[in-house]
Write a protein that binds this ligand. Structure first.
Ligand SMILES: *[C@@H]1O[C@H](CO)[C@@H](O)[C@H](O)[C@H]1NC(C)=O
Ligand SMILES: *[C@@H]1O[C@H](CO)[C@@H](O)[C@H](O)[C@H]1NC(C)=O
Ligand SMILES: *[C@@H]1O[C@H](CO)[C@@H](O)[C@H](O)[C@H]1NC(C)=O
Ligand SMILES: *[C@@H]1O[C@H](CO)[C@@H](O)[C@H](O)[C@H]1NC(C)=O
Ligand SMILES: *[C@@H]1O[C@H](CO)[C@@H](O)[C@H](O)[C@H]1NC(C)=O
Ligand SMILES: *[C@@H]1O[C@H](CO)[C@@H](O)[C@H](O)[C@H]1NC(C)=O
Ligand SMILES: *[C@@H]1O[C@H](CO)[C@@H](O)[C@H](O)[C@H]1NC(C)=O
Ligand SMILES: *[C@@H]1O[C@H](CO)[C@@H](O)[C@H](O)[C@H]1NC(C)=O
Ligand SMILES: *[C@@H]1O[C@H](CO)[C@@H](O)[C@H](O)[C@H]1NC(C)=O
Ligand SMILES: *[C@@H]1O[C@H](CO)[C@@H](O)[C@H](O)[C@H]1NC(C)=O
Ligand SMILES: *[C@@H]1O[C@H](CO)[C@@H](O)[C@H](O)[C@H]1NC(C)=O
Ligand SMILES: *[C@@H]1O[C@H](CO)[C@@H](O)[C@H](O)[C@H]1NC(C)=O
Length: 829
């Protein structure tokens, strides 16, 4: 035993000595001499993990001339979770001893062969005859420098971050600045023909199709295609066009074109300390500066007019971008999302376009839709819309045509594209032109129904007509058969309820037993009923079987009639019901992505929703509630708004479910007395006085918005006591101006949406005003979300007057086991 203990102490001591020596040794070792071989392993001299989970294994470091602070280094780099490595040049923080520090995380400014990462035990060799050579651990050659017939003496990491191979006379043979990746640092130049090429994303560094390059007549940002499509251009003056030796240089405060008459390309914030600019995966060229010991994006240089939608990959191929964020697929049945959960990955054609079946080509029309590539000089001007469409239809290479025209003119500019990237909603008040898009689609032998803009003019149109006609006849027969069946059934019913048009379908208990395979697959359970999955024909349905119903058949049917008459895209649709003997069931549309609570509270099995998805969900809920409050024949209060009652369909459209606690009140009676109901955590303060208005829904909505932004429950009993109550935390953070601390840590790119996130936070705070008369109406909420209105500037920042009355013994149950479609029809009357 003592032996073991002493060997442990020895090991510990060795470890401590080693790690201290690593940190204490002064580092300023910018040079290496040939020949040297390095093996990528944790025992490389200067291995440090950073605060973002990345690790650098530095081979050479050029300490900041100030003696500490951001410094350039080269070596192996891996991002979290550190499975793959790149040989890179990076900016690290160094302490005055020259040790690399944990924070800020390293920023990579150059890498060898981004498409091919290496693993543990990869080798990097510096030799005089071939310079640097990188081989993976299986011997594969990953990258090497080209130093034909020159003899390399060593390498040097310079003060500007350039990795230079030099010869015996100290003259440069090869330098990383001549092979830029996606980043430029202060002092770096981009000569004609050189490119910055973006990576696919932060975890896949393969080159994407987006690049920035200097051409003879200007600086261009393009997406690679045949031919490439421009999304940004900065023309240079006539004096400089055509000068092959002109180049641009990244200087302090600007990007300048260096020629015999230099000119500014971008003017930007002056460097506080170390700056770099990176062409990022989304096509933005962002300028970063090291300010107050962290990296901050201080400028977005390729500002594309008129808004953030005009980037080729913002919504993926064929995705339509609106309001900066929302991505959607073109309407109709020709396109499907690549990943229904991530709208920004774009859409694909269900039937690919085939040049051997040109007769089946058609164009679908998207009004008010434009394309980032309006700056393309290859447009055809002065033609009319029909000719533009014909040009595209007749040329198989053309996948889409974009037509721009003035208000009072039928002729305009026509842009033909061989590949369609992201589309955008046109806002004529910003762009000052009208625009429509025509996308080529391939009709299948029995094409999906779509209101084509070319009505039966061609053979394929006629074919479409015939097929559609046939389909209508068949549909007619089916419908009459169903009607006949249903009439037969209704004659057996004795309660005299007729099938009203537009009303939910009446099912027999037997039918629902069959539809749900005798209630086999349970979707959720609540205090008043259980929800089962089922099928009615091809449609998936959710069947709720109510328990302990106290209502008579007449009340039940009246309630069904009310619910069945409420139709809105953001409300879960009631398809049918059953009132056989003692059985009471409701049939709803099936929502395949389940309830919102499963998506917003941090969970390992699901990827977190991105900002645009969250924004869309918030807007959907607001619109659904607005409809209930303002647009129904009778004002309807929901009274139990919470994430468990928000359901998501396959495209992540949010719909409000569960009108179980809702009370119908007349429009002229603005207040109603009811007993306390709802779910703790979402209850407005005025529940304690029992005088409630539709503003209680606004309050609950505010709570839900906070939960979506923060990724946690308002009352979260897994948190430490002082953090248990989110609204209380919000009050504290709003007073100390640290609201952003609350934002869900799994939400990516918060800094780029900061303004928008703050606006939604303020909106939530407006909804959470203690005094219900100071809360906005849902109509105002929708307007704020659609950017047609501002949040009330003078808010009361006291949100919690007392710890809310909570029925502690019921919290766990009520909140956690909230059913997929909780109770209907069972609230007190
Ligand atoms: C790297 O090499 C060392 C020594 O040869 C070996 O022990 C280790 O297993 C290797 N690691 C990997 C991941 O191949
Ligand atoms: C390199 O050297 C070889 C032999 O000395 C010669 O044939 C070749 O042309 C040289 N290549 C270049 C690029 O100078
Ligand atoms: C290395 O680069 C620095 C500039 O950062 C320069 O002053 C120095 O002379 C270079 N050393 C060699 C050996 O090239
Ligand atoms: C280094 O400089 C000397 C003198 O200028 C010259 O003779 C020699 O060829 C140079 N060596 C290389 C490798 O360029
Ligand atoms: C190369 O630079 C180093 C220092 O950077 C200096 O000591 C050496 O004398 C230089 N060699 C030549 C040939 O200039
Ligand atoms: C990056 O792209 C790869 C596919 O190329 C994907 O699997 C991965 O999830 C993406 N990562 C992020 C952070 O988006
Ligand atoms: C990275 O993206 C490229 C291009 O989309 C893809 O081919 C490759 O498989 C991706 N790599 C990883 C590791 O996801
Ligand atoms: C272009 O060059 C001419 C002659 O060199 C000069 O007079 C003129 O001012 C220049 N124009 C611009 C815009 O720099
Ligand atoms: C072209 O640009 C270079 C780069 O500075 C400059 O030296 C040269 O004078 C320019 N030539 C012409 C014809 O403008
Ligand atoms: C950039 O210029 C500003 C103003 O002249 C100066 O304060 C700053 O130190 C400069 N930054 C660098 C990195 O040289
Ligand atoms: C597009 O606009 C035209 C003319 O305003 C109209 O006739 C057509 O129905 C619209 N098409 C769609 C799909 O909205
Ligand atoms: C066909 O369309 C492509 C791009 O859409 C264009 O580049 C090409 O010139 C067109 N061909 C003809 C013959 O018009």
């Amino acid at each position: 035993m003592p032996q073991m203990a002493s060997s442990f102490v020895f090991l510990l001591a060795t470890f401590l000595t080693w790690s201290f020596s690593v940190n204490a040794q002064p580092y300023d070792y910018p040079l290496a001499t040939a020949p040297t071989t390095w093996i990528n392993s944790p025992s490389l001299p200067h291995t440090v993990s950073s605060s973002d989970g990345s690790t650098v294994r530095s081979l050479a470091l050029r300490l900041n001339p100030g003696g500490y602070g951001p410094s350039f280094a080269t070596g192996f780099y891996c991002f979290s979770p550190c499975k793959i490595f790149f040989f890179s040049v990076f900016i690290v923080g160094a302490n005055s001893g020259g040790g690399i520090v944990y924070n800020p995380p390293a920023q990579v400014i150059w890498s060898a062969n981004r498409a091919h990462s290496v693993s543990e035990n990869a080798t990097l060799q510096l030799t005089s005859h071939s310079g640097l050579t990188l081989r993976d651990n299986d011997g594969t050659l990953v990258w090497s420098t080209d130093v034909t017939n020159r003899s390399v003496a060593g390498f040097n990491v310079t003060e500007t971050g350039n990795l230079v191979l030099f010869d015996i006379n100290n003259s440069s043979i090869w330098q990383s600045f001549d092979h830029p990746t996606d980043t430029l640092v202060l002092g770096q130049k981009l000569a004609q023909g050189m490119r910055l090429t973006a990576s696919i994303n932060s975890t896949n560094w393969t080159e994407s199709r987006l690049y920035l390059t200097l051409l003879a007549n200007g600086l261009y940002a393009l997406v690679y295609s045949n031919p490439p499509q421009t999304y940004f251009q900065h023309a240079i003056s006539a004096n400089n066009t055509g000068n092959k030796s002109a180049y641009i240089e990244f200087t302090n405060g600007s990007v300048v074109l260096i020629s015999n008459s230099p000119e500014n390309i971008f003017t930007m914030p002056e460097a506080v300390s170390v700056q770099f600019m990176r062409l990022e995966w989304d096509g933005h060229l962002r300028l970063y500066d090291f300010i107050q010991s962290s990296w901050k994006a201080v400028d977005d240089l390729l500002n594309v007019y008129p808004d953030n939608c005009a980037y080729p990959t913002v919504c993926g191929d064929y995705g339509i971008c609106s309001y900066k964020q929302y991505c959607s697929c073109p309407p109709g049945n020709y396109f499907t999302p690549v990943d229904s959960r991530q709208g920004n990955l774009g859409c694909k054609l269900l039937t690919p376009i085939s040049c051997t079946e040109k007769n089946n080509h058609n164009l679908i029309t998207l009004n008010d839709t434009t394309y980032f590539n309006y700056i393309d000089s290859s447009s055809i001007t002065g033609i009319d819309m029909e000719s533009c469409k014909q040009l595209c239809l007749r040329n198989c290479t053309c996948k889409g045509a974009f037509f721009h025209y003035g208000a009072n003119s039928s002729s305009g500019s026509c842009y033909l594209q061989s590949e369609v990237f992201s589309l955008e909603n046109n806002q004529p008040e910003l762009t000052h032109y009208n625009a429509s898009a025509y996308l080529k689609v391939q009709l299948t032998p029995s094409p999906p129904p779509y209101n084509s803009s070319r009505k039966g003019k061609t053979w394929s149109g006629a074919l479409l007509g015939i097929t559609l006609g046939g389909a209508v006849v068949v549909l007619g027969i089916i419908v009459s058969f169903i009607m006949w069946l249903r009439r037969g059934r209704e004659e057996q019913e004795e309660d005299g309820i007729d099938q009203l048009p537009g009303m939910p379908t009446r099912f027999t208990f037997k039918e629902l037993q069959v539809a749900t395979e005798n209630f086999a697959r349970k979707l959720g359970e609540g205090g008043f009923g259980t929800v089962f999955e089922g099928h009615s024909g091809d449609e998936r349905i959710a069947v709720k079987r109510l328990e302990n119903i106290r209502h008579g058949k007449k009340d039940f049917l009246a309630e069904v009639e009310t619910i069945g008459s409420i139709h809105h895209i953001n409300l879960v649709r009631l398809i049918g019901f059953c009132a056989d003997k003692m059985n009471r069931l409701l049939v709803y549309e099936y929502m395949c992505n389940g309830s919102l609570d499963k998506w917003i509270y941090c969970s390992e099995e699901r990827a977190p929703l991105n900002w645009s998805a969250r924004y869309k969900i918030i807007t959907d809920i607001a619109k659904g509630l607005c409809y209930l409050h303002e647009e129904c024949r009778q004002k309807i209060l929901h009274l139990d708004i919470k994430p468990a009652n928000i359901l998501l369909d396959e495209r992540f459209n949010a719909k409000i479910s569960d009108f179980g606690l809702s009370k119908l009140i007349d429009r002229d009676k603005s207040r109603v007395m009811v007993g306390m109901q709802g779910t703790p955590g979402y209850l407005a303060p005025e529940w304690q006085t029992s005088i409630i208005t539709e503003k209680v829904d606004v309050y609950s909505f505010g709570v839900v918005v906070m939960e979506i932004l923060c990724g946690r429950r308002n009352l979260d009993y897994s948190q430490k006591e002082e953090n248990l109550h989110l609204i209380k935390l919000m009050e504290e953070k709003s007073k100390s101006n640290q609201l952003l601390d609350l934002i869900d840590k799994t939400l990516a790119d918060v800094e780029f949406y900061e303004e928008e996130i703050m606006n939604v936070l303020k909106l939530a705070m407006w909804c959470l005003q203690w005094d219900c008369t100071r809360r906005p109406s849902m109509l105002s909420v929708v307007k704020v979300l659609e950017r047609a209105m501002e949040v009330e500037p003078s808010l009361d920042y006291n949100f919690v007057y007392s710890i809310p009355m909570i029925m502690t013994n019921s919290i766990g149950q009520v909140d956690q086991s909230a059913p997929l479609l909780a109770s209907v029809l069972s609230g007190p009357r």
